[in-house]
Design a protein around this ligand. Structure first.
Ligand code: ADP
Ligand code: ZN
Ligand code: ZN
Length: 751
């Protein structure tokens, strides 16, 4: 008996009651081949149905009588062999963010889809340097803009990956084909894209890195080489050379024989950025994105597992690339909300990256111009090493910022959404044939209530967040459920101009086209970017100066470089400030800083107009002066006083139920469990946290399902995990077909 081998198997059925490992006996003939992470087939249940499962542990000890245990049937070799590390990561995610093991596994491992392995294609320039210039002129004359883009790009780099040209330059296969037929270019299939730089390094310009850049790269790589991979936060303004630092670190680590994961938000995966990585790593770099099919993702996964690539670049999910020798995880724009999953498990990529880096002995490098409070807090407490880069390497001066008080405008009789200052500057810039961006902060358009005379915002007396107007006209607090009537006059100044603030991009477009009938206007928001490629199209049109004014939501402020933009107007800066959640100031500061950073990127100086009802608010003042530290110092005090993350931790337990009563009852039950846990864990007679609610969620009912939320706050995040476990145990013991329960740790907004 002693040399039997037992395996803990997670069965692939997404059902909470089956969400625990089952023990199986490993038959003699499989003993040598099975390992943690393998995909296996096993008989399951009374009918011995043959099901697929994953091995999450092996041992020589039977936890049940031998005659109760069944044998594993086979180890599946057609599946990617997900190593133990990935399975362990899934387990950690399940434990720390809730949900089932199957959901966690599906997050970490792409579904198997058989695909023909893709061969890479490349585009080569076929005409000589004397011919290309007349060709470019001809395309320009004929307004063949797609061809023009291809030729211009090839003029700089005579060989480019096909995908980059098609997806990022937005050129159709048909256009490329016709260019090929004319003999301008050739499209060849190679096994992978081969980079000419690898063999011919001199043909490309390389910078002399600044001392700052060299110093950061040296610190990170020396720590790595000496076996002490660290955790670092690079706080660097846009254009300060962070990407060059990432490339330098990755290059060093790849040369040592390790692999690197680089996370970049999807919206920032631009042609320019990708090209910089292609130039350095050639066919050893691969890009993932959310528009890839399951099959394509699976293909990437296989290639990474086989060791065909060294560097992977992509959004959140690229974190789960199964590199065997992971040397570094780099996360650009680490503050981005897209790094947090919106579906169960609601994991945070930065936390998972920290865990994965630790297990793999890899370095963790975070970078941002506006770091999240969480990361900066960790840097201040010494958990991360902090680097600061505060000089723009590209030149271009910081823009001049005007803060306009909208209360003043109303007092002066201006009831439009454009201040006099903004109009004046728009007239001026448009007359000079320069470009203008108008940014409307649409978060919170759901309707907070403010006074247009004095800026007063109606808040919850218990929670220090603004109340939200619901359809029935009542005002509700999303945190504690407090409700009140809509006031008829402003409680502060008695003005009757108190109302929900709702302005959309469409309205602005209409107004602007009346004001500037001769100007070419583009609008970018959720409506105009539904179709694939439409966003790239709008951005390109604007960049090519085929439009004068770009109106848009937060989408337009991220990472795009428009050298001709000399004016950015932020129409209602405080909209996002008054959203009912504790991250409102942080998000406002980030958005304003990014938006302001769009102006004056070229040679001409830029100006920014921030229109606001709260000109003295610290997130507006510090964004205007691009002063992150001033913002952080104020904000962290608020988080401390109000017991919010990162100082405290917050767990939201959401119930979604067919029945109003059942949902409420269950939420009450959870509150009881949470309070009992807090009581059990109390120290020196004082509990280490408290519960808030339960109360109806931000949206109390969606598709006829009732939503209730319970918040638990504690300084100690382990207690919150403990409470989640207890609630999950309760869920297993008391299955409720009518209600689903979701967990969200340190939620990004109100749940
Ligand atoms: P960030 O990622 O912080 O926005 P980048 O790495 O993209 O900064 O650098 C900004 C610009 O400066 C890019 O155009 C890049 O090519 C250029 N750049 C980066 N490092 C240097 C350097 N050492 N010398 C000159 N230009 C540089
Ligand atoms: Zn008022
Ligand atoms: Zn409240």
């Amino acid at each position: 008996m002693s040399n039997e081998l037992f395996a803990d198997i997670i069965i692939e059925i997404s059902h909470e009651q089956l969400d625990r490992p089952f023990q199986y006996i490993v038959p003699q003939e499989l003993k040598d081949m099975i390992k943690v992470g393998d995909c296996v087939t096993v008989p399951f249940g009374r009918g011995n149905k043959i099901l697929t499962g994953y091995c999450i542990g092996l041992g020589d000890h039977a936890e049940y009588p031998m005659d109760k245990l069944k044998y594993i049937i086979s180890v599946r070799t057609d599946q990617v062999s997900t190593d133990g590390e990935m399975i362990a990561l899934a387990w950690w995610i399940k434990v720390h963010f809730g949900g089932t093991m199957i959901q966690a596994l599906k997050t970490v491992i792409p579904m198997k889809k058989k695909v023909a392995l893709k061969t890479a294609k490349r585009v080569d320039l076929k005409v000589g340097s004397d011919e290309i210039v007349p060709l470019i002129e001809e395309c320009d004359r004929k307004h063949q803009t797609a061809r023009l883009r291809v030729l211009k790009a090839l003029l700089e780099d005579p060989t480019l990956p096909y995908e980059l040209v098609r997806d990022k330059l937005g050129v159709t296969g048909a256009t490329l084909k016709s260019m090929e037929e004319k003999g301008y270019i050739s499209v060849t299939e190679t096994e992978y894209y081969r980079n000419p730089v690898i063999t011919d390094e001199v043909s490309h310009k390389t910078y002399d890195l600044s001392d700052k850049q060299k110093n950061i790269i040296a610190t990170v790589t020396n720590d790595f080489d000496s076996g002490n991979p660290g955790k670092y936060l690079i706080h660097g303004i846009t254009g300060s050379g962070k990407t060059e630092v990432y490339i330098g670190i990755a290059d060093h680590i790849v040369r040592k024989g390790y692999q690197v994961i680089v996370l970049i938000p999807e919206i920032s995966l631009t042609y320019q950025t990708l090209l910089r990585f292609y130039k350095r790593f050639g066919d050893r770099v691969s890009v993932v994105n959310s528009s890839m099919s399951q099959g394509e993702r699976y293909d990437q996964y296989l290639r990474a597992g086989r060791g065909d690539i060294d560097v992977i670049i992509g959004p959140r999910s690229a974190l789960f690339t199964p590199f065997a020798k992971l040397g570094a995880i780099i996360i650009d724009e680490e503050h981005e909300s897209s790094y947090k999953s919106e579906n169960t498990p609601r994991y945070k990529a930065t936390d998972c990256a920290e865990y994965r880096a630790k297990n793999a002995g890899a370095a963790l490098v975070l970078g941002s111009a506006t770091p999240s409070l969480e990361s900066y807090y960790k840097a201040k407490s010494g958990e991360y090493e902090l680097f600061t880069m505060d000089e723009r390497l590209t030149g271009g001066s910081l823009p001049g910022v005007h803060i306009v008080d909208l209360r003043e405008e109303l007092r002066n009789g201006n009831r439009t959404i454009f201040s006099d200052k903004l109009r004046e500057l728009m007239d001026e810039k448009l007359a000079l044939n320069e470009q203008v961006m108008l940014f409307i902060n649409r978060r919170g358009v759901a309707g907070f209530i403010s006074c247009r005379s004095c800026g007063y915002v109606v808040k919850c007396p218990h929670c220090d967040v603004s109340l939200t107007e619901h359809r029935n006209g009542r005002l509700v607090c999303h945190y504690c459920g407090y409700t009140s009537r809509m006031p008829e006059v402003c409680p502060e100044c008695g003005s009757k101009y108190i109302a929900g603030f709702r302005v959309g991009t469409e309205q602005i477009e209409t107004e602007i086209s009346k004001m500037y009938p001769a100007s070419r206007i583009l609008r970018m928001d959720a409506d105009t970017t539904k179709e694939k490629g439409s966003m790239e199209n709008i951005l390109r049109t604007f960049k090519d100066h085929n439009a004068d004014i770009l109106i848009g939501t937060q989408m337009i402020v991220k990472g795009h470089d428009f050298p001709l933009v000399t004016l950015v107007g932020i129409l209602a800066a405080d909209m996002s400030l008054s959203v009912g959640d504790y991250r409102a100031s942080e998000r406002t500061f980030q958005l304003l800083t990014q938006a302001a950073g769009r102006a004056g990127r070229g040679t001409r100086p830029g100006e920014v107009v921030i229109q606001t009802y709260q000109p003295e608010h610290y997130s507006i003042v510090s964004a205007a002066s691009q002063d992150y530290r001033a913002f952080y110092d104020e904000e962290i005090i608020y988080r401390e006083l109000a017991s919010y993350p990162p100082v405290w931790h917050l767990l939201a337990v959401l119930t979604v139920s067919d029945s109003e009563d059942a949902g409420e009852r269950l939420s009450e039950e959870y509150a009881g469990i949470a309070n009992a846990c807090l009581d059990e864990k109390k120290e020196n007679g004082k509990p280490d946290g408290y519960t808030i609610g339960p109360a109806p969620a931000a949206i109390g009912k969606i598709r006829d399902k009732y939503r209730n939320v319970l918040y638990v706050k504690s300084v100690n995040s382990d207690i919150l995990v403990y409470i989640k476990d207890k609630i999950e145990t309760y869920m297993h013991e008391n299955p409720d077909r009518h209600t689903n329960t979701f967990f969200d740790f340190d939620p990004l907004g109100s749940v």
